[in-house]
Write a protein that binds this ligand. Structure first.
Ligand code: SF4
Length: 362
């Protein structure tokens, strides 16, 4: 699939309402729904457009906030399924999410459900999620998802508060019978700016090396979010060496994010809107917005990412670069890798280059 013309995955924040109080919440979710959330009719219109624009319909990940805060969620799922989209859901583990709800989602063709597990004990997980009882509920729901026949994905947020639990969570994930484990390396955006403590470069590198080893043993899909250096380490540690040219799916490249009022972002962790689906068609934003085009061009990266031999498979977290430096094309500050010097210097001053504007966006 050509990721310059169509995304493989679209994260869609249906609402920012949520009853949990997670320390790292990107959306800075609140308990009430926003009055300007996209309506079912508006969502159906965007789905019509996407179905017509893309030869391979992207997988839709309905998220929030908590998508269960929308009473019309079953209608939204049905609208997507009728138009041929695979639907994944990322609900919050609140009392609203019961095994019966999981079975109903299975009956209307939901492809995957992701649940978050950020600690190997209730003490660590519940403190991170801000509500007591969330850990036990998550484990019960995980079993319910597997029993329903829907693919179970576990998401784990890694930061200073949770990284010690990474290996024991890995053991739990194996026992749960998951289809996929996504390990999110916390980006300092939203509530994570103050309430979660992202890993530094050395700690993140150690965690990623561990994850690469785990991934090689696992019988299910394992990947990292917010840390595309995983693919650099995969290539550095594989016996047959080079495969530097396969582009990774990352912010704006194979992935896009629609927020609750229709703004389109390269990622939920990169709060630079490139347009709005109520004003511009989604495919046009994805294909033509200057921000998206810049993020898909490894030659536009700055600093050491610009000269790195792994920029095609990694390229650094654009969300973290923006969160830390204000420039989405800057080198990823969480990467300790030092690229070898080029035989010929890069065409522009690579390191210390002043950030060039990427906007206006959309
Ligand atoms: S220098 Fe940049 S492109 Fe290279 S591995 Fe690090 S983050 Fe990735």
């Amino acid at each position: 699939m050509d990721v310059t013309t169509q995304p493989h995955l679209v994260g869609w924040e249906l609402t920012r309402a949520c009853q949990l109080r997670c320390r790292h919440c990107r959306a800075q979710a609140i308990t009430e729904r926003h009055g300007d959330e996209l309506s079912l009719e508006q969502i159906a219109g965007v789905l019509d457009h996407m179905a017509a624009a893309f030869s391979h319909p992207p997988i839709l990940i309905f998220t929030g906030g908590d998508p269960l805060e929308r009473p019309d969620l079953p209608d939204i799922i049905a609208a997507a399924r009728e138009r041929g989209f695979l639907v994944a859901l990322a609900p919050s583990a609140t009392p609203k999410l019961t095994p019966q709800v999981v079975r109903e989602w299975a009956a209307i063709g939901v492809h995957a459900i992701s649940l978050s597990l950020d600690g190997a004990t209730a003490q660590v997980h519940d403190r991170f999620r801000g509500v007591r009882g969330t850990f036990d509920r998550t484990l019960a729901l995980a079993h319910a998802v597997v029993e329903s026949g829907v693919n179970l994905q576990i998401n784990t947020s890694v930061c200073m508060q949770t990284v010690r639990d990474l290996a024991p969570i890995g053991d739990m994930v194996e026992e749960l019978g998951v289809s996929s484990w996504e390990v999110f390396f916390v980006v300092p955006t939203g509530r994570a700016r103050t309430a979660a403590w992202p890993l530094g470069p050395e700690s993140q590198e150690l965690a990623l090396h561990w994850l690469v080893g785990y991934r090689r043993r696992a019988a299910f899909r394992v990947t990292a979010v917010g840390a595309p250096q995983l693919w650099r380490i995969v290539h550095q540690t594989r016996a047959d060496g080079d495969a530097h040219r396969r582009p990774a799916i990352r912010d704006g490249q194979g992935f896009a994010f629609i927020d609750h009022v229709g703004n389109v972002f390269p990622s939920g962790y990169l709060p630079l809107a490139a347009g709005n689906v109520l004003e511009t068609d989604f495919a046009g934003i994805y294909r033509e917005a200057p921000l998206f085009q810049a993020l898909r061009d490894p030659e536009k990266l700055r600093g050491k990412c610009h000269i790195c031999p792994f920029r095609f498979v990694c390229g650094g977290s654009r969300a973290r670069a923006y969160a830390v430096t204000g420039d989405p094309l800057a080198q990823d500050p969480a990467c300790p890798y030092i690229p070898p010097p080029l035989e010929t210097p890069p065409p522009s001053p690579a390191v210390d280059a002043a950030p060039a504007p990427v906007g206006p966006l959309g």
